[in-house]
Design a protein around this ligand. Structure first.
Ligand SMILES: Cc1cc2nc3c(=O)[nH]c(=O)nc-3n(C[C@H](O)[C@H](O)[C@H](O)COP(=O)(O)O)c2cc1C
Length: 410
């Protein structure tokens, strides 16, 4: 289903990639980044500017943040959602802009499960308590696969999901998928990582169920696979489906890479196109180490998943350098490069990377009004190379000689 096109003359990072019926101009993906500034689940001007700047900067695919399929699946009251038809037009406006800039708009749908009803990142995701209720932020009842075992900072009010809850959540996945389509998203990612609901079902550290959704690997994978089937039944065949996996639990956890490889095979059979490699979210007492945050810290996991399943992958984790990104692609270690913090630091990173990798006309990654002006600026540099001596007029009678290399700061 997935087809990777390639022009040998172009760095792989900047060669287009076609997944089903969707082509991205390059392989730089803005990885999902929660903002905690949504209003009743809907995006605001912040999202337009925040996501818009990545499109202006040349990213191929722009993911918004984790977007909850139902209100109780949010982490905070300020988290993004896709649970109301009003959201369709709100995201649609942003998607129109991203497309007009040449990027592919993508949504990450998720359900926080036992990690819902908390404060945001800057308050350490502390669970809401009755104290917060007094401030108008009562903790809501969160759904959980296993009652919160192995989940650090689980919500104070948890309900272990029964069959009816599972059926209701499956319907919410379908409804959110339908809204995502109507809002003009071109790629949909299921958030199956970071200790949230799907991951809670997968890991033996958290899933202590003794029904069909627990027990052995097949049982623990059942919920994830049913979500994929629900989403794929609504998400059109010509649109790619990504799945973000925690390739292994966090320190002391029990879900490991071999499990992800088995899951990835089952996901592929159900129409998932890209395995997005992340990790962590569930901890425990086993000997499993935490992954040190070195540049490219998911490269080896992504490589193994590609080799053993044949699935295209995306990886995230301190990819910050153009040559590093290009090498990952050339070595066959991933098909897409996900980036979050570096793009937050420099949203025009794709343009700089294109220049560094020798892409001719790298300025054309920008929208035309920028390209036009910046090309003129390049011409100035050709016209007056370093060390040129010029005459700078001050009036009709007064000119001064000027060598720009003598100027302070040059
Ligand atoms: C501000 C911020 C918000 C994030 N929110 C999400 C999210 O909503 N969903 C998700 O799967 N990962 C989220 N992440 C993780 C990133 O997508 C990414 O995987 C991680 O930051 C590692 O990539 P990096 O080293 O390029 O930043 C977030 C990261 C940051 C920095």
């Amino acid at each position: 289903m997935s087809q990777i096109s390639r022009d040998e003359a172009v760095p792989l990072l900047f060669s287009p990639i076609t997944l089903r019926g969707v082509t991205a101009r390059n392989r730089i993906v803005v990885s999902p980044m929660c903002q905690y500034v949504s209003v009743e689940g809907g995006p605001t001007d912040w999202h337009l500017v925040h996501l818009g700047k990545f499109a202006i900067g040349g990213a191929g695919i722009v993911f918004g943040e984790e977007t909850a399929i139902e209100p109780r699946g949010r982490k905070t009251y300020d988290c993004a959602g896709m649970y109301d038809d009003r959201h369709i037009a709100q995201y649609g406006r942003i998607n129109d802009f991203l497309k007009s800039m040449g990027s592919v708009p993508a949504i990450q749908l998720g359900h926080a499960g036992a990690l819902g009803a908390c404060h945001g990142a800057m308050q350490g995701w502390e669970p809401l308590t009755e104290k917060d209720a007094a401030q108008g932020l009562p903790p809501w009842e969160c759904l959980s696969a296993g009652g919160g075992a192995g989940i650090k900072r689980a919500a104070v009010r948890l309900k272990m999901m029964d069959r009816d809850d599972i059926a209701a959540v499956m319907q919410a996945w379908k409804d959110a998928t339908r809204r995502s389509l109507e809002a003009g998203f071109e790629i949909l990612e299921i958030h199956g990582a970071h200790g949230y609901l799907i991951h809670e079902f997968l890991s033996p550290a958290t899933n202590r169920r003794n029904d069909a959704y627990g027990g052995d690997l097949e049982g623990r994978m059942r919920f994830a696979l049913e979500v994929v089937e629900a989403v794929r039944s609504v998400w059109p065949q010509d649109k790619p489906l990504f799945y973000r996996a925690s390739v292994l639990d966090g320190k002391g956890g029990e879900w490991v890479l071999e499990d992800t490889i088995a899951l990835a095979k089952a996901l592929r059979e159900r129409g998932v196109d890209v395995i997005d490699c992340s990790s962590g979210g569930i901890t425990g007492d086993s000997r499993l180490l935490g992954i040190p945050r070195v540049p490219g810290y998911h490269v080896s996991h992504s490589t193994r998943i590609k080799q053993e399943t044949g699935a295209p992958t995306m990886l995230v984790g301190l990819v910050t350098d153009a040559h590093q990104a290009e090498a990952i692609l050339r070595n066959g270690q991933a098909d897409l490069i996900g980036m979050a913090r570096e793009l937050m630091y420099e949203s025009h990173w794709p343009v700089h990377a294109a220049r560094e990798l020798g892409v001719p006309n790298y300025l054309e990654l920008f929208p035309e009004p920028y390209t036009f002006r910046l090309k003129i600026r390049e011409e100035h540099k050709v016209q007056y190379p370093h060390g040129s001596e010029v005459l700078i007029p001050h009036s009709q009678d007064e000119v001064i000689r000027y060598r720009w290399e003598d100027a302070p700061g040059t």
